[in-house]
Structure formats: structure tokens, C-alpha cells
Ligand binder design. Structure first.
Ligand code: NAP
Length: 283
């Protein structure tokens, strides 16, 4: 890959951003395709976010991803926001148009791609989602799109849980949603088809922690799927426990690759080599 005066710029904006795996996987795909692009990481502090977005606009940047803490801050700066991003209330992918920046949320597509790969009928399925933060919103939108019969969201803060439920009232999506306090886990686990961890419990460096006690894990049906959004370590304690119980497991790295592939398809307007992106991250 030779960078010249015509090379077009893509990137990811976050703070901090040094840990991001996105430059590795995007540049691997760009090199395999032989297109004249490069993808870089931009550390942008929240206080400088608006100035940075105006600067990217003025300097011809073609598109960018957003990660913590910028996924909501971008919303008022967009000319157009996709319906799915409005439903989730967050944008992770932005591209340039003649009228201004357009944004969408590819975390939804990223989350559901590994489930679609299983080629199951989800119309009788129940998702139990641990946590009610930003990623949980993308998971609820994805399970709604897949046609899940029920979605249980389990959280530790009753006020935030209630706000989470209320926030869908004005949304273009109508998820089959119920919310539960953490103490009700033993009630929802036996009805669960897919158990999703969207909390950071078990993430590096707290690798010996799991959101679920081993005894509670045994309440899951034997055909249940355990899906952890965390991708460091691999596997997490949660997925280790699930595998020990014979459950099918999915981790956050496949989701990360799929949300990136969906973004790259938007920017390049062509198919992208998902296998190259996977291999660049050791999948
Ligand atoms: P977030 O908005 O901060 O939400 C985290 C949620 O976890 C909150 O609901 C929080 O509860 C809950 N939580 C945190 N610690 C807890 C604890 N000790 N016990 C019970 N609940 C706890 O974060 P996010 O953006 O949703 O990200 C969550 C995770 O998903 C992170 O590990 C992130 O790396 C991962 N993620 C992965 C991908 C991917 O592509 N694989 C994409 C997005 C996110 P409160 O609301 O009560 O504070």
C-alpha cells in the first residue's frame, strides 16, 4: 500500500483510542482490495469534538467510525441519521455526502451477523441482555430486527432500567421488551435462548470475573447460546463457564469485525474481504 497525494482518509475517533483494533483490520482489508485509502485513529477529547468534526469536513476526510465517548455527541452534527441509529440513539459510522455528514449504527448489524450465520428461526426465541448501556441498545435493536419473541433486559439500577424501557416509546422500533432487576435473573434464565453480556464484567484486566454465578448458569436451557460482547480476553470467564456447560458461545471479536465490515462497505460502496479482517485480528 503506497500512500500518495490522492490517498483518501478514513479513521476512528475516540478518547482514548490507542487500544483500538480498527486500524489493523481496516487497513488489512484496504490492502487486500488495493484501493487508495488509509484508515487512522484520531484521539479527540470531548471538549474538542465539534472542532474536530468541522476539521475533518474541511479537510476532505471520506468517513469515520466513532467510539466511546462520541457515539451520541455526533448526533446533532449530522445532516441525516439512519432509522436504526435513531432507534439505538447512537452513531458509530459516518460518511461524507454532498449535503453533509450522514450517520448510521453498524453495531446492530455487527451483533446480529454471527446469529444470522447460525441460520435459526428466532421467532420463538427469547434474548436475555445483561446491562442497559449503549451496547445493550444495539443488542435490543438487533434482536428486534431478527424477530425475537421476547427481550429481557436485566440491570442493577432501577431508575436507569426504567429510563431504558421508556426510551423505546419514541423509537422507530417496537422491541418486545421487559426489564428486570438483577435479583430476578433466576426467573428469566430458564426461558432464555440467547444470553448476552453487555456489561464490562470480565473485561481485561478483571479477567477472573463473570456477570453470572456458576449456579445460575445451570438454569439456562441446554440449547441456549452465550454471547459476550467483550473481546479481550478470549474467552472471557463468562464464556468459559458457558462452554463448560456445553452451551454454544459467541464472543465480541466477530461482532467487532462485522460492524467494521459493514462500515467499510458503506465507505467503499463495494463488497469487502471479511476473512482478511478476521485473520488480521487472529480469528
Ligand atoms: P456502557 O454504556 O457503560 O454500559 C455498561 C452497562 O453495564 C451499564 O448498564 C452498567 O450498569 C452495566 N454494568 C457495569 N458494571 C456492572 C456491574 N459490576 N454489575 C452490573 N452491571 C454493570 O458501556 P457499553 O458501551 O454498552 O459497552 C459495554 C461492553 O460492550 C464493553 O465491554 C464494550 O467493550 C463492549 N462492546 C463491544 C462491542 C463489539 O464490537 N464487540 C461493541 C460495543 C461495546 P449501569 O447502567 O447501572 O451503570
Amino acid at each position: 500500500m503506497t500512500i500518495t497525494g490522492t490517498t483518501k482518509l478514513l479513521g476512528v475517533i475516540g478518547y482514548p483510542i490507542e487500544h483500538s483494533l480498527s486500524p489493523v483490520m481496516h487497513n488489512a482489508a484496504i490492502a487486500a482490495l488495493g484501493v487508495d485509502y488509509v484508515y487512522l485513529a484520531f484521539p479527540v477529547k470531548p471538549a474538542e469534538f465539534e472542532t474536530a468534526i468541522a476539521g475533518l469536513g474541511a479537510s476532505g476526510v471520506q468517513g469515520f467510525n466513532l467510539t466511546i465517548p462520541h457515539k451520541q455527541l455526533i448526533l446533532p452534527l449530522l445532516h441525516e441519521t439512519s432509522e436504526i441509529a435513531q432507534a439505538v440513539g447512537a452513531v458509530n459510522t459516518v460518511w461524507r455526502t454532498e449535503s453533509g455528514w450522514h450517520g448510521t449504527n453498524t453495531d446492530v448489524e455487527g451483533f446480529l451477523a454471527p446469529l444470522q450465520h447460525l441460520k435459526r428461526n428466532w421467532s420463538q426465541a427469547t434474548a436475555t441482555v445483561l446491562g442497559n448501556g449503549g451496547a445493550a441498545r444495539a443488542v435490543v435493536a438487533a434482536c428486534t430486527q431478527l424477530g425475537f419473541k421476547a427481550i429481557h433486559v436485566v440491570g442493577r439500577n432501577p431508575e436507569k432500567l426504567q429510563q431504558f424501557q421508556l426510551s423505546w416509546v419514541r423509537s422507530p422500533l417496537t422491541p418486545p421488551l421487559s426489564v428486570y432487576p438483577w435479583e430476578s435473573l433466576s426467573i428469566v434464565l430458564p426461558q432464555t435462548t440467547v444470553l448476552v453480556n453487555t456489561t464490562p464484567i470480565g473485561m481485561h484486566p478483571h479477567v477472573d470475573q463473570s456477570p453470572i454465578r456458576e449456579a445460575d448458569m445451570a438454569l439456562l436451557p441446554p440449547e441456549a447460546i452465550a454471547y459476550d460482547l467483550i473481546y479481550t480476553p478470549r474467552p472471557t470467564k463468562f464464556l468459559e463457564q458457558s462452554a463448560k456447560q456445553g452451551l454454544k458461545t459467541l464472543d465480541g471479536l466477530a461482532m467487532l469485525v462485522q460492524q467494521g465490515a459493514a462500515a467499510l462497505r458503506i465507505w467503499l460502496q463495494q463488497d469487502v474481504p471479511v476473512d482478511v479482517m478476521e485473520r488480521s485480528l487472529g480469528l
